[in-house]
Ligand binder design. Sequence first.
Ligand code: TRP
Length: 449
Amino acid sequence: MERKGFNSTFGMIMAAVGSAVGLGNIWRFPYIVGTNGGGAFLLIYIIFSFIIGVPLLMTEMLIGRKAKSDAVDSFKKLAPKKKWYVSGGLGALAAFLILSFYGVVAGWSLDYVFKAATNQFAGKSAAEIEALFTNFITAPIRPIICTFIFLAITMIIVKAGVERGIEKVSKVLIPLLLIIVFLLGVRGIFLDNGVEGLKFLFIPDFSKLTMPGVLAALGHSFFSLSLGMAIMITYGSYVKEDENIASSAFKIAIFDLLVAVFAGVAIFTAVFSFGLEPGQGAGLVFVTLPNVFPVMPGGYLFGVAFFVLLSLAALTSTISLLETSVAFGVDSLKMSRNKASWLSAVLIFLIAIFCSLSNGSAFPFKFFGKSLFDFLDHITANYMIVLAALIEVIFIGWGYRKTEVFNELTNNGKLKFNLKNAYYIAVKYIIPIAMILILLSSFGILKSA
Ligand code: TRP
């Protein structure tokens, strides 16, 4: 039963945060806040993160620590001869598809390291900076090469095995990223009109909130915390027996939220100051922040550092995403680790090629009116991981013994956890019902739209 663990509570939290904090916080969060109208979306996002996200994170961590195994196998250990492990399979498929578009964006951030380093933002108007981005992502070759490089690095690391490395790297990287994003936010507040951005982000206007927007908030809270794909089950399996699961989950969620909110502040203050469109979609980060760097002290270094850190934050996440599908190949399809790594990476890269091409106007295929890139982003985050997570809560609430759950949460009675009954009621009734309602109504709306 000797299993390598994380060295310290801080290290464990930073490793989990390393998976959680990524493009989801800095690229995806601001852009969906923008397309969903701002403050009201942020508010329900925060509510979902704490009322649904945190209990779910606790659930995954406790499953992992209890079973001490990977995603699929953990379910099999805790409930032999039952089918709960399909949740793991669904999660693996989602991870696979997520990486296909996430890898493309990671490639963009890599390219932007280069753009920042060669000073390509200086002296450009907002429109020119936007054109720089659009020309780049709609080009046929360059973004694909960047994606290739990024996925290749990810694969090399995953093939070698990563647990220890992730902890070390995340401990330094993630706090640094938080500081940089914070400083960018502070700079943003002092831009002309920057305050308008704060109003957009923090003053809720509920008339702008739609049902698909509510689902997007739920989906993103899972996406951002790396839930529904059993990543946190795997990480949970490395958590020590005397660790307090509830408080760790809470800290991880706070960290994740802080990075996202600071990124939101940095981006929306710039959007309003430079007269850009908040609801423009997936390009948002890449067309806003490059306006800010040239007008801040040390902006050149800041720009380079920002995209380097963004790429590294993306890397700790792509590692956890690839690891999910590799683990599935190894455990469920009985492949060697080598073969599973190669096969997943190659297949993901093939889909990523089409994702990248789908951003260009010459690409003829649409999926429910969306580009392949937007479509995969939408269905994985809003449906697939929500469904996989739903199975997990139903398992813990209905398919598993309550006393075992409580023992795991309180470290066999050593910790006091006053909210354990509230947690249990949430997991058993409230969360599943809320998730089913949101999913159903969104399916309904999808049909009528
Ligand atoms: N949470 C990461 C982000 O915000 C993305 C991610 C990494 C993820 N691993 C995951 C999302 C597993 C869902 C499941 O960028």
